[in-house]
Design a protein around this ligand. Structure first.
Ligand code: BGC
Length: 848
């Protein structure tokens, strides 16, 4: 494992930061660029706003990354030669923040006390809304740059009140002042998700910079000065929060009903004919492109659309071409359009052009018919629309299917959602749309139903025990002397259970703290068991993502174990009262002499752009390169499994973890996650863990909240994004989610973890639970009596998880007590323990 020194920046660090600085502009986009302010020449600049000096590189919680150094906007602009003439404002704002934080922490403690909840749990992930303040904006020069930032993180959702999703009065006042007062003005958004810009729409230049990891400030300076040309597109619709149908009822502590069904994001806005502030797929750059006439080749297996794209502007840039399909509306209602494919051009110089080909298979657009328990393509015309935003498309062809097709016969999963049918009311009815489209002059290609094949899923039966077939060590398995089955057949139930539970030492029941559950790499989130080391079974180390690798940056090795020097609880201490702080201090083990003497090591990782920003690049090649970057660092720091990509659908802008996630659209989410996985998994011994499977679309009471969703929406939107990723990349692992789906914890749902994942999709990797997903932690998380009880470790095994993470003695005991026990809620068999142990061992064989 690489041990680096504090002083010397390693060649890989520099290489990775250089790569990011070059590629990250692809994740940014102009929302508005209406005058000739940009690009800027370095000179005097008045820099204001929450993100100017306190720039956010990514969100909080497990998605954070400990970097050596991170470039703020102030630093980046200064390095690019700007003279910041508003230092007094920036200094005053620093003090405003300190004061506001103190008030905020007191408020959290007070609210927690009133609710009888532990303040640390209650405050977890809660972002402090922007305070109100008055600081003179008196820096005189021609140019002002206002950087608006937002932060959020796991454990809490975003807030509809002013200062989070909505701008605060101070922000609106100051932004409008800058826009009216300065000759040149740029509003920069250093945010991880949507903010409502309606009150400041008079601003002429708005850049969505996002949160781009280590070089964020340098990337901004490059864009402002025209060294880089942003080429991203929105992967989520931006609109005032009350316009999203998912807002009503979002974040219920117990049951969140997905009333909008399949009408998520642009599927809703376009169908309901509601014009958002900025649509999905939209984004401006320094140049403009013209999309020429499409040529289409279509058969029952594959549809290809080729379009010439020309740069008709004055500087080099890239364009994202999007292919949407409007389906016929026969028995099943359909959204106005669905994204079927996207492609990004290479960098085109002015007047240069390129042909871009987008392909998809019509099978993949099949809708789920709950009555038939099948994916179906209904008879009629499928209209193809090509464009560079969901609002700006041209119909280029129709595909006429002569009869209904059953694409795949499945079984009903996750029953129990009784939701009234939702069809956006005000929009143009799909039949009417269809009739209008028939009048277009685009060519229509005939497709024949009989040439499509129907896939019938065979669902797995309960496994049978592998009987003793001989003994040997894990070394014998590695050398091929005995099979994994033979090895497993000789293990006791206890040994099998240990293999299915993460590494833990402490038998008191509490387990280890998040972020400190691994022994081999300090600050890694978890590790598989070391209890079978005497049989030659090595452990696998898991570290968080998705914006880089989350491990401790300063650590020591004592007794062969890596220990972080930085306090993993530092972020939570502010919410502790005196008593808790004293208790912590008393409980903290005093460093031994050996510990004191052990040399300090450093592990500096690179923070890459947050998930949402990566998706905005719409560039799978670039995402694969960044996955490769992460894979290299995993190799260097001894991490086998990266707990990323995080790829839940951005159902509502209110979800506190959206910044980690990709998109409201499953094709974008699935393909970006696959590209990153392919990059990581190029490295031998490195695998990804796609998470959180499935429907972890809110953070409020995330361990015990129930997502109530129709089977159609579940399959077509929420599961589909994972399905695409698995098909295109074979990630080593999947992390099941905490929440319930239609009344059952997702990690206890055999329908999700086995019948869909393995039987329908053929997934062969391992499944692990999210951290402390079962057992006592759940009650503490809500701090109140939860309507839905916690899941069980035995339930996780029965459902098809292979690893219960990060591991506690309680999991071990509960799991064993359920073996062949008809009284148990989820009785399990030795055969089931063998199946999970086998998958864990296979993963170890592949990665260790
Ligand atoms: C998060 C996961 C993360 C895990 C380990 C959980 O709280 O939900 O995304 O991978 O902790 O840190």
């Amino acid at each position: 494992m690489l041990r680096i020194t504090e002083e010397t920046v390693q060649p890989f660090e520099k290489e990775h930061i250089d790569l990011l600085r070059k590629t990250a502009p692809e994740c940014a986009l102009f929302l508005k660029r209406e005058d000739d302010t940009l690009p800027l020449a370095p000179g005097k600049a008045a820099l204001y706003g929450s993100g100017a000096r306190k720039t956010i590189k990514g969100g909080t919680g497990s998605g954070d990354v400990n970097v050596r150094h991170f470039v703020t906007v102030e630093e980046g602009m200064e390095r690019a030669g700007f003279e910041i003439v508003s230092k007094a404002w920036l200094d005053a704002y620093d003090q405003v923040l300190v004061d506001a934080r103190a008030v905020f922490v007191e408020q959290i403690k007070k609210e927690a006390a009133e609710l009888g909840i532990n303040a640390v749990m209650y405050g977890m992930g809660k972002a402090m809304p922007e305070p109100q303040y008055e600081i003179a904006m008196d820096a005189e020069c021609d140019l002002a740059v206002y950087v608006l930032s937002r932060i959020s993180g796991e454990g809490a959702d975003r807030d509809v009140s002013a200062g989070d999703i909505n701008l605060s009065e101070t922000e609106i006042r100051d932004i409008l002042y800058c826009s009216r007062h300065y000759k040149k003005f740029v509003l920069v958004l250093n945010v991880g998700g949507m903010v409502n810009l309606e009150p400041v729409m008079e601003v002429k230049n708005i850049l969505l910079l996002g949160q781009l990891g280590t070089p964020t400030g340098d990337v901004l300076a490059d864009i402002l000065t025209g060294v880089s040309n942003p080429s991203g597109k929105l992967a989520m619709t931006w609109a005032p929060i009350e316009q999203y149908p998912s807002t009503k009822g979002f974040g219920d502590m117990d049951d969140t009903v997905y009333n909008e069904g399949i009408y998520v994001g642009y599927r809703y806005f376009k169908t309901a004919d509601v014009t958002p502030t900025f649509p999905f797929g939209y984004g401006l750059s320094y140049t403009k492109f013209e999309i020429g006439t499409a040529s289409v080749a279509a058969d029952e297996k594959k549809v290809s659309v080729t379009v010439p794209v020309t740069n008709v502007g004055t500087c080099a840039g890239k364009e994202v071409i999007q292919l949407y399909v409007s389906k016929p509306y026969v028995k099943l209602d359909q959204p106005y359009q669905e994204l079927a494919a996207f492609a990004k051009t290479s960098e085109l110089k002015p007047s240069e052009n390129e042909e871009v080909t987008l392909t998809f298979s019509l099978r993949d657009l099949a809708a789920y018919d709950e009555e038939l328990a099948s994916y179906v393509l209904e008879k009629g015309v499928y209209w193809l629309r090509i464009g560079n935003s969901s609002e700006d498309t041209v119909v280029c062809a129709g595909l006429k299917l002569d009869a209904d097709v059953i694409v795949k016969e499945c079984k009903t999963i996750c029953p129990g959602a009784d939701i009234p049918k939702f069809i956006p009311a005000d929009g143009m009815e799909a039949q009417e749309r269809d009739a209008q489209l028939k009048k277009t002059e685009a060519p229509v290609y005939e497709l024949h139903a009989e040439l499509f094949q129907t896939e019938k899923v065979t669902y797995s039966e309960e496994p049978t025990e592998i009987l003793n077939k001989g003994t040997g060590s894990f070394e014998d398995v590695k050398s091929g002397k005995i099979s994994v089955e033979q090895f497993i057949s000789s293990l006791t139930n206890e040994q099998l259970a240990y293999l299915s539970i993460g590494l833990y030492e402490d038998n008191t029941g509490m387990g280890s703290m998040i972020g400190a559950s691994a022994q081999t790499v300090a600050g890694a989130a978890g590790e598989t068991t070391k209890r079978l080391e005497e049989l030659g079974v090595p452990s696998l180390v898991m570290a968080d993502g998705p914006a880089g690798i989350r491990i401790c940056k300063i650590y020591k090795i004592v007794d062969g174990k890596a220990k972080g020097v930085d306090n993993p609880l530092a972020g939570m201490m502010e919410f502790m009262d005196q008593e808790q702080l004293q208790m912590m201090a008393a409980m903290a083990p005093k460093p031994t002499e050996e510990e004191e003497k052990a040399p300090i090591h450093y592990a500096y990782c690179t923070a890459i752009p947050i998930g949402t920003a990566l998706a905005q690049s719409f560039n799978t090649e670039m995402c694969e390169k960044l996955g490769d970057l992460v894979g290299k660092e995993m190799e260097q720091f001894g991490v086998h499994l990266w707990l990323a990509p995080a790829m839940n659908i951005q159902r509502s802008p209110l979800c506190g973890r959206n910044f980690e996630y990709y998109s409201e659209d499953p094709v974008v989410g699935g393909r970006i996650a696959a590209a990153i996985t392919n990059g990581v998994q190029k490295h031998k011994g490195c695998g990804t863990t796609i998470k959180h499977f499935a429907l972890n679309n809110q953070e409020t009471n995330r361990m015990a909240s129930n997502s109530i969703v129709s089977e159609r929406a579940l399959r077509e939107i929420y599961l589909r994004t994972f399905e695409i990723c698995i098909r295109e990349s074979a990630p080593a692992a999947v992390m099941s989610s905490y929440n319930l789906v239609n009344g059952e914890h997702a990690n206890n749902s055999k329908d999700i973890q086995t019948h869909v994942l393995r039987d329908e999709w053929g997934y062969e990797g391992a499944v692990m639970t999210d951290w402390y997903a079962v057992g006592g932690m759940i009650a503490a998380a809500g701090g109140r009596e939860n309507k839905h009880p916690a899941g069980l470790a035995s339930g996780c095994i029965h459902a098809g998880n292979d690893l219960v993470m990060p591991g506690m003695e309680a999991d071990f005991e509960e799991m064993l007590s359920a073996v062949d026990n008809p009284e148990a809620k989820y009785p399990i068999t030795r055969a089931e323990l063998q199946v999970t142990a086998k998958r864990v061992l296979e993963m170890i064989l592949k990665l260790a």
